[in-house]
Design a protein. Structure first.
Lengths: 113, 118
């Protein structure tokens, strides 16, 4: 299956740690370059912003409180010391080599309260 | 800094063809992969199509019979055509760049809302 699964919502208290898991067979692909996951943050009315790529790498300008990891077929985004500005929808995304397609997870709404 | 800007009609009639343009500025369209991604109101992101600037396009399995992507390097633009639209095609359409086929999108346009309605 080329689907990715995410929890629909995650709630985290300010200053605390929240995690979002993204699971799917395509995250455990045969080729290393096809196994990676990435994450986007999307706030209401805005375009998605890449906040993590190749499982663990943060693009320039993304705060260090965002941390990525992967084990087997599950990628995880961790927000350490969550802030109110981190309230957003978060999408994982991976590559399906069998169909040469980009695949997005269904998204997770993160609430900081 | 690369910028992407979508343009096209905001309203399309059912059964007609949706046509969008993505204009790329601040960098060349060459040597990158370009995609269209859409988001239905209140829903998640759905990848639609991609094309390397000089290569063969590839399409979402669920849309491949209706969608075409193309690139014009002379204009630094790429395009989306989606035929036989229905209300289910109502969405914000984003264009985005994949740097060097790295399977991620590092730059996105602001998105354009296309409504399918009679």
């Amino acid at each position: 299956s080329s689907e990715l699964t995410q929890p629909p919502s995650v709630s985290v208290s300010p200053g605390q740690t929240g995690t979002i898991a993204c699971s799917g067979d395509i995250l455990a692909g045969e080729k290393l370059e096809d196994k990676h996951g990435c994450w986007y943050q999307q706030k209401p009315g805005q375009s998605p912003v890449l906040i993590m790529y190749q499982d663990t790498k943060r693009p320039s300008g993304i705060p260090a409180r965002f941390f990525g990891s992967k084990s087997g077929s599950t990628a995880t985004l961790t927000i350490r010391g969550a802030q109110a500005m981190d309230e957003a929808d978060y999408y994982c995304q991976a590559w399906d080599r069998t169909t040469a397609s980009y695949v997005f997870g269904p998204g997770t709404k993160v609430t900081v309260l | 800094q690369v910028q992407l800007q979508e343009s096209g009609p905001g309203l399309v009639r059912p059964s007609e063809t949706l046509s969008l343009t993505c204009s790329v500025s601040g960098g060349s369209i060459s040597s990158y992969y370009w995609s269209w991604i859409r988001q239905s109101p209140g829903k998640g992101l759905e990848w639609v199509a991609y094309m390397y600037y000089s290569g063969r396009p590839n399409y979402s399995p669920s849309l491949k019979n209706r969608v075409t992507i193309s690139v014009d390097t002379s204009k630094n633009q790429f395009y989306l055509n989606l035929t036989s639209v229905t209300t289910a095609d109502t969405a914000v359409y984003f264009c985005a760049r994949d740097p060097g086929g790295t399977r991620r999108f590092d730059f996105w346009g602001q998105g354009t809302l296309v409504t399918v309605s009679s």
